[in-house]
Structures are given as C-alpha cells and as structure tokens.
Design a protein around this ligand. Structure first.
Ligand SMILES: Cc1cc2nc3c(=O)[nH]c(=O)nc-3n(C[C@H](O)[C@H](O)[C@H](O)COP(=O)(O)OP(=O)(O)OC[C@H]3O[C@@H](n4cnc5c(N)ncnc54)[C@H](O)[C@@H]3O)c2cc1C
Length: 303
C-alpha cells in the first residue's frame, strides 16, 4: 500500500526532487553523459548497453525522431571508442501503431550497428508486445544473425516454450542471443508467475535450457540466489566465456556487480539516458510500485 501511494504521488513532486533518486539509475540527459558513464564502467572492466529513454509513443513522427537519435548514438559510441552495444524498446518506434513501420525503423538501426560489427538487443515490454516483439526478432535475426538479440522474461509462463520455439535459429556460428530477466511489468496471474520462489525457479529452468543448448545469454539479475544458481549451471555445463555474460542495471547493486567481475565473469551494465528521464522514472514507478521502496532507500542513503 505504502509503495503504491508513493508511486502515485511522486509524479506530482518537482522534477528536481525526482532527479535526486533518478540520477542513481540514469546516466544523464545527453549522449555526452552516457559516454562519460560508459567510459568509467569500461575502465572498471565492464561493457555497457545503451538505451535512449522513450517508449510508448503516440505518433510515427516520434518514431522517426527516436530512430535518428539511435543512429547518431551508434556513430558517437563508435567514435568515442566505448565498448558497448544498444538496447531498443520497440514501442519507441511505433510497434503498437504500425508494426511494419516499427520493423523498418529497427532494421535501419540494426543495419547501422552491423556496419560497426556491433549489436542491438530488443528489450521485452509488457505482454501485449510479447508476440509482436518475438516476431520482429525472428525476422531481423534471419537478416542479421550476428547483430541482434532479444530479452525474455522468466515470470511469463510461456517463456520456456518461446525459447524452444526459437531454437531452430540457433547455430554454432551464430548462437541465438537472449537476455534473461525476471520481468518488470505487472502482468495478470493467468499468464505470469507471481511468487518470488516460482519466478526464480523458472528463471533457472529457462537458463538451464539455454546453457545446455549452447545459446548465448545475458544473465540479467541483481538477485544473489539467482546469481549463485547461475554460477552452478555455468559450471555444470562447462559453458565457454563467449556464450554468457552477467548484466545489471546502472546504479543497482554495484558491489555485487564488482564481485562478479572479480570472479572472472563478463559484466554488461544497462545505461539509460535521455531528456525523457522524468516520464520514464515515474512510469516505471506506476508499473512496478515495489520500486518505490528502492527510491525511498536511495533518498535516505543520499542524505
Ligand atoms: C540489464 C537488465 C535489462 C533488463 N531488461 C528488461 C527488459 O527488457 N524487460 C523487462 O521486463 N525487464 C527488464 N529488466 C528488469 C528485470 O526484469 C527485473 O525487473 C529487475 O532486474 C529486478 O529483478 P532482479 O532479478 O534483480 O531481482 P529482484 O528480486 O527484483 O531484486 C533482487 C535485489 O536486487 C536489488 N534491486 C533490484 N532492482 C533494484 C532497483 N531498481 N533499485 C535498487 N535495488 C534493486 C534489491 O536489493 C533486490 O532485493 C532488466 C534488468 C536488467 C538487469
């Protein structure tokens, strides 16, 4: 109840106040901010995935604008020598307005990334997008097998069957590339696991299948028991270093992140940036009021 209340009232607080907690999770408003933070992370032996804040646009003009931002970001990242790739949210390119236009926009972004030998990850959004995003991925992967991957959410009951459904695309030369996370949206019980233990159990089942079948995976979690479970599976299947990495969100559990790097595993940090940070932060709160307690903690830790 408390979390829900905080999530509901925070959007009405002054922007400056919200920035006090958002700055822990968002690298800044400009590409320059994102490059600065990324270089710092690179120095500490971590790669990044860059995300321009946006999502759920209302017109296709906004999609065009978002595409231009990504094309520029890819050029700037390459020129800056940052070791990173890119994450996109298809609704920022009009997935729910015109899926073909969205496909063409993301195709252009992947093509640009491919020209630098780089990579684009399709983030997974809420359940009305699941099928459409998998379809989008399948089409892009056929054309750019080395340059595109997708996110899957362990809380969805369909996920293991989605992984199996995509397995025909896996090959030794071009392993399928997934990011596996728990999932951040509020979904109905009919399609999603709700309990912490259930979600974790399915996360590890999905991960087991991916690793056993030699697909590439970004293990995206800050949850220690899941990280321990992942360590065991990596050992069990003797997984080579080129087939996995750990991934964490910028600003979350930095100590645990460093421990994983010290243990000798690759780590990629998700670095969001952009002028739309305010809408992004407050929308995320409404989607997942549990985040409110993290914000309150962040406020206190920052004095
Ligand atoms: C790299 C990356 C990319 C992601 N991409 C997507 C995506 O495309 N689609 C999607 O639906 N979800 C995505 N997520 C979010 C993910 O689904 C989870 O909601 C989020 O990672 C929290 O789950 P957890 O596994 O860390 O476990 P939890 O059980 O939620 O958290 C474990 C512990 O981590 C810490 N923690 C977790 N989150 C925070 C936070 N925000 N602030 C402070 N502490 C925190 C807390 O100490 C908590 O107890 C992504 C996550 C990561 C790491």
């Amino acid at each position: 109840m408390f979390n829900k209340l905080i999530a509901a009232i925070l959007p009405y607080f002054p922007k400056k106040f919200i920035w006090i907690f958002s700055k822990s999770y968002i690298s800044g408003e400009t590409i320059g901010d994102a490059m600065r933070v990324s270089k710092e992370l690179n120095k500490n032996k971590m790669t990044v995935t860059l995300d321009v804040l946006g999502e759920f646009i209302k017109t296709l003009d906004e999609a065009e604008e978002n595409k231009k931002q990504y094309l520029n970001l890819i050029d700037v990242t390459n020129k800056s020598g940052v070791d990173g790739n890119f994450s996109v949210k298809p609704t920022s390119f009009g997935l729910l307005i015109d899926k073909n236009a969205c496909y063409e926009h993301i195709r252009e972004i992947v093509k640009k990334a491919a020209s630098y030998n780089s990579f684009v990850r399709i983030d997974m959004e809420d359940s009305p997008c699941t099928e459409l995003e998998i379809e989008l991925f399948r089409k892009l992967r056929t054309e750019f097998p080395a340059n595109v991957g997708i996110v899957l959410q362990a809380y969805l009951k369909r996920t293991l069957s989605d992984i199996k459904g995509l397995a025909d695309l896996n090959s030794e030369k071009y392993p399928l590339s997934f990011r596996l996370c728990k999932g951040i949206y509020i979904e109905p019980e009919a399609i999603a696991y709700k309990k912490y233990e259930e979600i974790n159990q399915h996360f590890l089942e999905d991960l087991d299948f991916i690793l056993k079948n030699r697909m590439h995976v970004g293990i995206a979690t800050h949850d220690k028991p899941l990280i321990d479970g992942a360590y065991k599976l990596l050992e069990k299947y003797n997984v080579p270093k080129n087939l996995y990495e750990f991934q964490m969100l910028y600003g979350v559990t930095p100590k645990l992140r460093e421990t994983i790097v010290k243990d000798g595993h690759a780590m990629r940090v998700y670095v969001p940036f952009g002028e739309k940070w305010f809408g992004y932060s407050t929308r995320r709160l409404k989607e997942n009021p549990r985040m409110a307690s993290h914000i309150i903690k962040a406020l206190f830790y920052k004095g």
